[in-house]
Design a binder for this molecule. Sequence first.
Ligand SMILES: CC(C)(COP(=O)(O)OP(=O)(O)OC[C@H]1O[C@@H](n2cnc3c(N)ncnc32)[C@H](O)[C@@H]1OP(=O)(O)O)[C@@H](O)C(=O)NCCC(=O)NCCS
Length: 262
Amino acid sequence: MKITDITPETKNLYFCCLEDWSEDMKEAGDGKQKWYDAMKEKGLKVKFALDNNDVIGGMIQYLPIEHSMYEGEKLYVVLCIWVHGHRQGRGDYRKRGMGTALLEAAEEDVKQLGANGLVTWGLIIPVFMRASWFKKHGYKVVDKSSLMRLLWKPFNDKAVPPKFIKPVKKPGKGDGKVNITMFRNGWCQSMNITCERVRRAAQEFSGKIDLQEYETIDRQIVKEWGITDAVYVDGKEIPVGPPISYGKIRKKIAKKVSKVKI
Ligand SMILES: CC(C)(COP(=O)(O)OP(=O)(O)OC[C@H]1O[C@@H](n2cnc3c(N)ncnc32)[C@H](O)[C@@H]1OP(=O)(O)O)[C@@H](O)C(=O)NCCC(=O)NCCS
Protein backbone atom coordinates (compact mmCIF):
# COMPACT_ATOMS: atom_id res chain seq x y z
CA MET A 1 0.00 0.00 0.00
CA LYS A 2 1.15 3.56 -0.61
CA ILE A 3 0.04 7.14 0.02
CA THR A 4 0.06 9.73 -2.79
CA ASP A 5 -1.04 13.33 -3.29
CA ILE A 6 -4.00 14.31 -5.47
CA THR A 7 -3.15 14.92 -9.16
CA PRO A 8 -5.16 16.42 -12.06
CA GLU A 9 -5.89 12.80 -13.13
CA THR A 10 -7.30 11.79 -9.73
CA LYS A 11 -9.24 14.99 -8.99
CA ASN A 12 -12.57 13.66 -10.26
CA LEU A 13 -12.35 10.63 -8.00
CA TYR A 14 -11.86 12.98 -5.05
CA PHE A 15 -14.86 15.08 -6.12
CA CYS A 16 -17.11 12.01 -5.96
CA CYS A 17 -15.59 10.69 -2.69
CA LEU A 18 -14.33 7.56 -4.55
CA GLU A 19 -17.97 6.68 -5.31
CA ASP A 20 -17.72 6.73 -9.10
CA TRP A 21 -20.57 4.18 -9.13
CA SER A 22 -23.02 6.37 -7.22
CA GLU A 23 -26.19 7.82 -8.79
CA ASP A 24 -26.54 10.23 -5.83
CA MET A 25 -23.18 11.83 -6.68
CA LYS A 26 -24.54 12.90 -10.06
CA GLU A 27 -26.87 15.26 -8.19
CA ALA A 28 -24.12 16.98 -6.18
CA GLY A 29 -23.66 19.95 -8.55
CA ASP A 30 -20.31 21.71 -8.87
CA GLY A 31 -20.05 23.09 -5.31
CA LYS A 32 -17.20 20.78 -4.39
CA GLN A 33 -15.06 21.72 -7.43
CA LYS A 34 -15.58 25.43 -6.70
CA TRP A 35 -14.70 24.94 -3.04
CA TYR A 36 -11.62 22.89 -3.99
CA ASP A 37 -10.38 25.53 -6.43
CA ALA A 38 -10.70 28.23 -3.77
CA MET A 39 -9.27 26.19 -0.90
CA LYS A 40 -6.27 24.68 -2.67
CA GLU A 41 -4.91 28.23 -2.83
CA LYS A 42 -5.38 28.43 0.94
CA GLY A 43 -3.55 25.27 1.88
CA LEU A 44 -6.07 22.44 1.35
CA LYS A 45 -4.29 19.07 1.03
CA VAL A 46 -5.72 15.80 -0.31
CA LYS A 47 -4.03 12.41 -0.12
CA PHE A 48 -5.04 8.97 -1.37
CA ALA A 49 -4.21 5.46 -0.17
CA LEU A 50 -3.50 2.98 -3.01
CA ASP A 51 -3.43 -0.81 -2.80
CA ASN A 52 -0.67 -2.95 -4.33
CA ASN A 53 -2.38 -2.74 -7.73
CA ASP A 54 -2.45 1.08 -7.52
CA VAL A 55 -6.22 1.15 -6.99
CA ILE A 56 -7.29 4.05 -4.77
CA GLY A 57 -9.11 2.77 -1.67
CA GLY A 58 -9.09 5.76 0.69
CA MET A 59 -8.62 9.51 0.97
CA ILE A 60 -8.05 12.27 3.48
CA GLN A 61 -8.58 16.03 3.13
CA TYR A 62 -7.21 18.62 5.56
CA LEU A 63 -6.68 22.37 5.60
CA PRO A 64 -5.53 25.23 7.87
CA ILE A 65 -8.11 25.77 10.62
CA GLU A 66 -8.63 29.43 9.65
CA HIS A 67 -10.41 28.18 6.51
CA SER A 68 -12.45 25.48 8.24
CA MET A 69 -15.65 25.59 10.27
CA TYR A 70 -13.77 25.63 13.58
CA GLU A 71 -11.96 28.29 15.57
CA GLY A 72 -8.24 28.08 16.17
CA GLU A 73 -4.85 29.11 14.91
CA LYS A 74 -1.69 27.45 13.56
CA LEU A 75 -3.53 24.13 13.41
CA TYR A 76 -4.75 21.98 10.52
CA VAL A 77 -8.15 20.26 10.42
CA VAL A 78 -9.04 16.86 8.94
CA LEU A 79 -12.38 17.61 7.33
CA CYS A 80 -12.84 14.03 6.30
CA ILE A 81 -11.05 10.72 6.16
CA TRP A 82 -12.76 8.10 4.07
CA VAL A 83 -11.85 4.52 3.29
CA HIS A 84 -14.26 3.13 0.70
CA GLY A 85 -16.48 0.63 2.51
CA HIS A 86 -19.22 -0.07 -0.02
CA ARG A 87 -19.47 -3.31 -2.00
CA GLN A 88 -20.16 -1.36 -5.20
CA GLY A 89 -17.39 0.11 -7.33
CA ARG A 90 -13.88 -0.48 -5.99
CA GLY A 91 -15.26 -2.49 -3.05
CA ASP A 92 -14.55 -2.58 0.68
CA TYR A 93 -11.06 -1.36 1.57
CA ARG A 94 -11.57 -1.02 5.34
CA LYS A 95 -9.42 -2.79 7.93
CA ARG A 96 -6.31 -2.98 5.77
CA GLY A 97 -4.48 -0.14 7.49
CA MET A 98 -5.36 2.55 4.92
CA GLY A 99 -7.11 4.80 7.46
CA THR A 100 -4.14 4.67 9.84
CA ALA A 101 -1.64 5.29 7.03
CA LEU A 102 -3.63 8.29 5.73
CA LEU A 103 -3.90 9.86 9.18
CA GLU A 104 -0.21 9.33 9.90
CA ALA A 105 0.74 10.82 6.52
CA ALA A 106 -1.40 13.90 7.22
CA GLU A 107 0.18 14.33 10.68
CA GLU A 108 3.67 14.11 9.21
CA ASP A 109 2.79 16.56 6.45
CA VAL A 110 1.31 19.24 8.71
CA LYS A 111 4.25 18.93 11.11
CA GLN A 112 6.53 19.68 8.16
CA LEU A 113 4.29 22.64 7.28
CA GLY A 114 4.91 24.07 10.77
CA ALA A 115 1.47 23.44 12.34
CA ASN A 116 1.20 23.13 16.11
CA GLY A 117 -1.26 20.25 15.90
CA LEU A 118 -3.91 18.36 13.92
CA VAL A 119 -7.62 18.70 14.69
CA THR A 120 -10.52 16.50 13.64
CA TRP A 121 -14.16 15.88 14.46
CA GLY A 122 -16.00 12.70 15.31
CA LEU A 123 -19.42 11.44 16.34
CA ILE A 124 -20.04 9.53 19.56
CA ILE A 125 -22.44 7.21 17.71
CA PRO A 126 -21.06 4.50 15.38
CA VAL A 127 -21.69 6.25 12.05
CA PHE A 128 -19.56 8.46 9.80
CA MET A 129 -16.34 9.67 11.37
CA ARG A 130 -16.20 8.11 14.81
CA ALA A 131 -14.62 9.94 17.74
CA SER A 132 -13.53 6.55 19.16
CA TRP A 133 -11.37 5.76 16.09
CA PHE A 134 -9.44 9.01 16.49
CA LYS A 135 -9.06 8.44 20.26
CA LYS A 136 -7.33 5.13 19.43
CA HIS A 137 -4.89 7.18 17.38
CA GLY A 138 -4.03 9.47 20.28
CA TYR A 139 -6.57 12.28 19.71
CA LYS A 140 -8.16 13.97 22.76
CA VAL A 141 -11.61 15.56 22.99
CA VAL A 142 -11.25 19.33 23.22
CA ASP A 143 -14.84 20.56 22.65
CA LYS A 144 -18.36 19.11 22.50
CA SER A 145 -21.56 19.94 20.60
CA SER A 146 -24.47 17.52 20.86
CA LEU A 147 -23.27 14.20 19.34
CA MET A 148 -20.18 15.82 17.84
CA ARG A 149 -16.76 15.99 19.41
CA LEU A 150 -13.83 18.14 18.36
CA LEU A 151 -10.59 16.25 18.88
CA TRP A 152 -6.97 17.23 18.53
CA LYS A 153 -3.39 16.06 18.73
CA PRO A 154 -1.10 18.94 19.75
CA PHE A 155 2.50 18.57 18.57
CA ASN A 156 4.07 21.06 21.00
CA ASP A 157 3.47 23.38 23.99
CA LYS A 158 2.57 26.32 21.77
CA ALA A 159 -0.62 24.64 20.51
CA VAL A 160 -3.80 26.49 21.57
CA PRO A 161 -6.97 24.32 21.88
CA PRO A 162 -9.46 24.77 19.00
CA LYS A 163 -13.21 25.33 19.53
CA PHE A 164 -16.49 24.73 17.77
CA ILE A 165 -18.04 27.93 16.40
CA LYS A 166 -21.08 28.62 18.58
CA PRO A 167 -24.51 29.33 17.00
CA VAL A 168 -25.34 33.05 16.94
CA LYS A 169 -28.84 33.15 15.45
CA LYS A 170 -31.30 30.97 13.53
CA PRO A 171 -33.45 31.64 10.45
CA GLY A 172 -37.10 32.29 11.32
CA LYS A 173 -40.49 31.33 9.85
CA GLY A 174 -41.59 32.77 6.54
CA ASP A 175 -44.24 35.46 6.22
CA GLY A 176 -46.95 34.26 3.83
CA LYS A 177 -44.40 31.87 2.34
CA VAL A 178 -42.32 28.95 3.59
CA ASN A 179 -38.83 30.11 4.47
CA ILE A 180 -36.07 27.75 3.39
CA THR A 181 -32.57 28.76 4.40
CA MET A 182 -29.49 26.79 3.32
CA PHE A 183 -25.99 27.23 4.70
CA ARG A 184 -23.41 25.44 2.61
CA ASN A 185 -19.63 25.45 2.80
CA GLY A 186 -19.09 23.15 -0.20
CA TRP A 187 -16.56 20.67 1.23
CA CYS A 188 -19.02 17.83 1.80
CA GLN A 189 -20.74 16.10 -1.11
CA SER A 190 -23.44 14.70 1.12
CA MET A 191 -24.44 18.25 2.05
CA ASN A 192 -24.09 19.39 -1.56
CA ILE A 193 -26.47 16.66 -2.75
CA THR A 194 -29.02 17.58 -0.09
CA CYS A 195 -28.80 21.29 -0.94
CA GLU A 196 -29.23 20.66 -4.67
CA ARG A 197 -32.32 18.54 -3.94
CA VAL A 198 -33.76 21.20 -1.62
CA ARG A 199 -33.26 23.81 -4.34
CA ARG A 200 -34.96 21.58 -6.92
CA ALA A 201 -37.87 20.78 -4.61
CA ALA A 202 -38.31 24.47 -3.73
CA GLN A 203 -38.68 25.26 -7.44
CA GLU A 204 -41.70 22.95 -7.59
CA PHE A 205 -43.50 25.27 -5.17
CA SER A 206 -42.38 28.54 -6.71
CA GLY A 207 -44.25 31.58 -5.41
CA LYS A 208 -44.79 29.81 -2.11
CA ILE A 209 -41.16 29.57 -1.01
CA ASP A 210 -38.73 32.18 0.16
CA LEU A 211 -35.33 30.52 -0.52
CA GLN A 212 -32.21 31.99 1.09
CA GLU A 213 -28.80 30.53 0.28
CA TYR A 214 -25.64 31.33 2.20
CA GLU A 215 -22.19 30.24 1.07
CA THR A 216 -20.29 29.76 4.29
CA ILE A 217 -16.92 29.66 2.56
CA ASP A 218 -17.32 33.38 3.44
CA ARG A 219 -16.17 33.65 7.08
CA GLN A 220 -18.24 36.84 7.58
CA ILE A 221 -21.43 34.80 7.12
CA VAL A 222 -20.18 32.19 9.57
CA LYS A 223 -19.42 34.97 12.09
CA GLU A 224 -22.87 36.47 11.65
CA TRP A 225 -24.84 33.22 12.04
CA GLY A 226 -22.51 30.76 13.75
CA ILE A 227 -23.71 28.16 11.22
CA THR A 228 -21.67 26.44 8.47
CA ASP A 229 -23.67 23.54 7.02
CA ALA A 230 -27.40 23.30 7.68
CA VAL A 231 -30.83 23.48 6.06
CA TYR A 232 -33.78 25.13 7.82
CA VAL A 233 -37.41 24.87 6.75
CA ASP A 234 -39.49 27.53 8.52
CA GLY A 235 -36.95 27.80 11.32
CA LYS A 236 -36.63 24.04 11.87
CA GLU A 237 -33.35 22.34 11.01
CA ILE A 238 -33.59 19.29 8.74
CA PRO A 239 -31.26 16.59 10.08
CA VAL A 240 -28.61 15.92 7.41
CA GLY A 241 -26.08 13.12 7.54
CA PRO A 242 -26.22 10.91 4.46
CA PRO A 243 -28.03 12.79 1.65
CA ILE A 244 -31.79 12.98 2.15
CA SER A 245 -33.87 11.55 -0.69
CA TYR A 246 -35.60 13.98 -3.03
CA GLY A 247 -38.99 12.48 -2.11
CA LYS A 248 -38.47 13.08 1.62
CA ILE A 249 -37.39 16.68 1.11
CA ARG A 250 -40.31 17.39 -1.21
CA LYS A 251 -42.76 15.90 1.29
CA LYS A 252 -41.42 18.05 4.14
CA ILE A 253 -41.73 21.20 2.04
CA ALA A 254 -45.18 20.24 0.72
CA LYS A 255 -46.44 19.79 4.29
CA LYS A 256 -45.25 23.26 5.28
CA VAL A 257 -46.62 24.83 2.09
CA SER A 258 -50.07 23.31 2.77
CA LYS A 259 -50.18 25.15 6.12
CA VAL A 260 -49.23 28.57 4.81
CA LYS A 261 -52.06 31.10 5.17
CA ILE A 262 -52.08 33.55 2.29
C1 LIG B 1 -12.50 5.24 10.18
C2 LIG B 1 -11.86 4.71 8.89
C3 LIG B 1 -11.18 5.85 8.17
C4 LIG B 1 -10.84 3.64 9.25
O1 LIG B 1 -10.23 3.19 8.06
P1 LIG B 1 -9.52 1.74 7.97
O2 LIG B 1 -8.66 1.74 6.77
O3 LIG B 1 -10.54 0.70 8.09
O4 LIG B 1 -8.63 1.83 9.26
P2 LIG B 1 -7.47 0.85 9.67
O5 LIG B 1 -7.42 -0.34 8.77
O6 LIG B 1 -6.24 1.65 9.75
O7 LIG B 1 -7.93 0.43 11.09
C5 LIG B 1 -9.21 -0.18 11.30
C6 LIG B 1 -9.04 -1.52 11.96
O8 LIG B 1 -8.49 -2.46 11.03
C7 LIG B 1 -7.42 -3.16 11.67
N1 LIG B 1 -6.42 -3.47 10.63
C8 LIG B 1 -5.50 -2.63 10.15
N2 LIG B 1 -4.74 -3.25 9.23
C9 LIG B 1 -5.21 -4.50 9.11
C10 LIG B 1 -4.87 -5.60 8.31
N3 LIG B 1 -3.87 -5.55 7.42
N4 LIG B 1 -5.60 -6.72 8.45
C11 LIG B 1 -6.64 -6.78 9.33
N5 LIG B 1 -7.00 -5.76 10.12
C12 LIG B 1 -6.31 -4.63 10.02
C13 LIG B 1 -6.89 -2.21 12.68
O9 LIG B 1 -6.25 -2.90 13.74
C14 LIG B 1 -8.12 -1.50 13.13
O10 LIG B 1 -8.72 -2.24 14.17
P3 LIG B 1 -9.75 -1.56 15.18
O11 LIG B 1 -11.08 -1.60 14.48
O12 LIG B 1 -9.70 -2.40 16.37
O13 LIG B 1 -9.26 -0.17 15.38
C15 LIG B 1 -12.91 4.04 7.95
O14 LIG B 1 -13.58 3.04 8.66
C16 LIG B 1 -13.93 4.99 7.40
O15 LIG B 1 -13.70 5.58 6.34
N6 LIG B 1 -15.05 5.17 8.09
C17 LIG B 1 -16.08 6.09 7.64
C18 LIG B 1 -15.66 7.53 7.90
C19 LIG B 1 -16.58 8.50 7.24
O16 LIG B 1 -17.78 8.37 7.27
N7 LIG B 1 -15.98 9.51 6.60
C20 LIG B 1 -16.73 10.50 5.91
C21 LIG B 1 -17.12 11.57 6.88
S1 LIG B 1 -17.73 12.98 6.12
